[in-house]
Design a protein around this ligand. Sequence first.
Ligand SMILES: *Cc1c(COP(=O)(O)O)cnc(C)c1O
Length: 358
Amino acid sequence: MNDLVALHAPIADALAAAVRRVVDSGWYILGPEVDDFEAAFAAYCGVRHAVGVGNGTDAIELALAAVGAGRGSRVALAANAGGYGTTAVLALGAEPVYVDVDEDTATLDPALLDRKTFDAVLVTHLYGRLADMAALRTVADAHGAKLVEDCAQAHGAARDGRVAGAWGDAAAFSFYPTKNLGALGDAGAVVTADAGVAQRVRRLRQYGWDRKYHQVAGPARNSRLDELQAAVLGAKLPHLDGWNARRVAVAARYAATIEHPKLTLPDVAAPSHVGHLYVLRTTDRDALSAHLRAHGVPHDVHYPVPDHRQPVHGGRFAGLGLPVTERLCAEVLSLPCHPALAPAEVDRIAAALNSWAA
Ligand SMILES: *Cc1c(COP(=O)(O)O)cnc(C)c1O
């Protein structure tokens, strides 16, 4: 599904130099590399503050906590986004309020959100597509709720010149290796225009300290961005827009070459989509999967089990129906879509799909 070796090969010297610089500096936690990357990433997102943390799930949890969510808060979110948001909400002791998604965009439906009761909204820009942030902001404001973005699949997605991460009261990023911007291990960040939110995340990521050995905030944890990962991310950030363009070009080539009556293709148009995943739909997914396996085409399902049907909840959401979410989880299938994918390989995959005798 990905080829990170091919992605990194052309910048291997820059990555090695970044690692070497950190090794030689003798400074491995919260130092100049993290400062530099936080400044560069905040500028990229068009916001004042970025705070590096250990991973994307911690970023969601700390972003929610920093805007005031905690034990007993009701956090509205979609149930088709892989369970990361749910993990963060449950860790906070907050209550997930699942909302169905829009059929075409697979992101939170603002009209359905408006019918719920909630204290905060977590919106995931799923598969690389910026959600309808203007409409979601209107609904959140009408409910007096804070709005937090999960940008783990949408680094650089933009509408009207405004990038993912610059719309919410706070936004969470993951730099897991396969994301559009990925580290060589776990990493994440919270970005925000709000100095108070940024300060709370800075405290919560490191024992609740305002300064060494003074705990002023909690419940806190240790979730820091390593100097090593920050240096790697700083070396990769200048390539992000070019990589995103290549992802969108792969998607455009799929759209131009796949033709099958039983497949529904996604609309992956830049700049509000950055092609994190190319997710098509079919009502006959098991048969398609078997066909692709027979033709040696890698594929995956993002995601097969909706959050409200996960065993972790017991029977808590047994009475909740989310028809669009449930249909999507039963029908979606992801094809390889990454910057190192050659046009000839895209064509081979498209030909394999077109030959499916469904
Ligand atoms: C990857 C991902 C996360 C979690 O990131 P980690 O760094 O693995 O914790 C959160 N949300 C979405 C939508 C993701 O794709």
